[in-house]
Design a protein around this ligand. Structure first.
Ligand code: KIV
Length: 267
């Protein structure tokens, strides 16, 4: 059995040049499978709102929903570092509320770190949470909770001015005490620049190969999300095809009285 991973192990991986693997999970079976296969970090993402609950964006997701999914994932995790997203409105109002909600995700959800979106604008919040010994992961670039400000899910940091702002954001997140930072939806060259400029692990999603690690949504890599597939997603399996086939076979067999057979019936 592999040793339990902590934030220190994740930081050592960057120093050793070993790529860090991260996937999202929202329930016990997926968490235990990816943990068993040796994933480094599991993120209970607020993407649960879109890929599981069917919302158009992550904004409606609540603290209670994140706590429910985090507890389910916790029960499946033995060796990976468990990080959970702070949902929209759980850390933006004031530092006291942010600290209480971060603490609840650790105490009631069993998370070992929390992730929140933003750069310089959330530096004080990151510092306040880190000060109570809850590790924080930052998230800059295309931040889904800012969908309305961005005018959609668009690649960020394209011009030099925007790129400099994102670089400053990543540095502010590091200086505030974050142990790691997600870089989402930014040009690969900018992600390389940010990775060289900070000393904490950068975890990319749609940010090219030069980040210290990669994160993707589990439903996207398994082909479970039939609604859309962003350019940065690679489908490593076609699970929805398998599921649809299984459902069709069940319907056919019930209709034709092939199921249940005698082996599935009691005498
Ligand atoms: O909510 C999420 O799943 C995320 C990642 C994919 C980075 O924030």
């Amino acid at each position: 059995m592999q040793k339990k991973k902590t934030i220190l192990d994740i930081q050592k991986m960057r120093q050793a040049g070993e790529k860090i693997t991260v996937l999202t999970a929202y329930d016990y079976p997926f968490a235990s499978m990816m943990d068993g296969e040796g994933i480094d970090m599991i993120l209970v993402g607020d993407s649960v709102g879109t890929v599981v609950a069917g919302y158009d964006d992550t904004l409606p997701v609540t603290m209670d929903e994140m706590l429910y999914h985090c507890r389910a994932v916790r029960r499946g995790v033995r060796q990976a570092l468990l990080v959970v997203d702070m949902p929209f409105l759980s850390y933006q109002i004031d530092l006291t509320e942010a600290r209480r909600n971060a603490g609840r995700l650790v105490k009631e959800g069993g998370a070992e770190a929390v992730k929140l979106e933003g750069g310089s604008n959330v530096a004080d919040t990151i510092r306040a949470i880190v000060d109570m010994d809850v590790p924080v992961m930052g998230h800059v670039g295309l931040t889904p909770q800012s969908v309305h400000r961005m005018g959609g899910y668009k690649v960020q940091g394209k011009g030099r001015e925007q790129a400099d702002r994102l670089l400053a954001d990543a540095q502010a997140v590091e200086q505030a005490g974050a142990f790691s930072v997600v870089l989402e939806g930014i040009p690969a060259g900018l992600a390389r620049e940010i990775t060289a400029a900070v000393s904490i692990p950068t975890i990319g999603i749609g940010a090219g190969v030069d980040c210290d690690g990669q994160v993707l949504v589990i439903h996207d890599i398994l082909g479970l999300c039939e609604k859309y597939s962003p350019k940065f997603v690679k489908k490593f399996a076609d699970v929805s095809g398998t599921i649809r086939q299984g459902i069709r076979d069940y319907i056919d067999e019930v209709k034709s009285e092939q199921f249940p057979g005698s082996e599935h019936s009691f005498k």
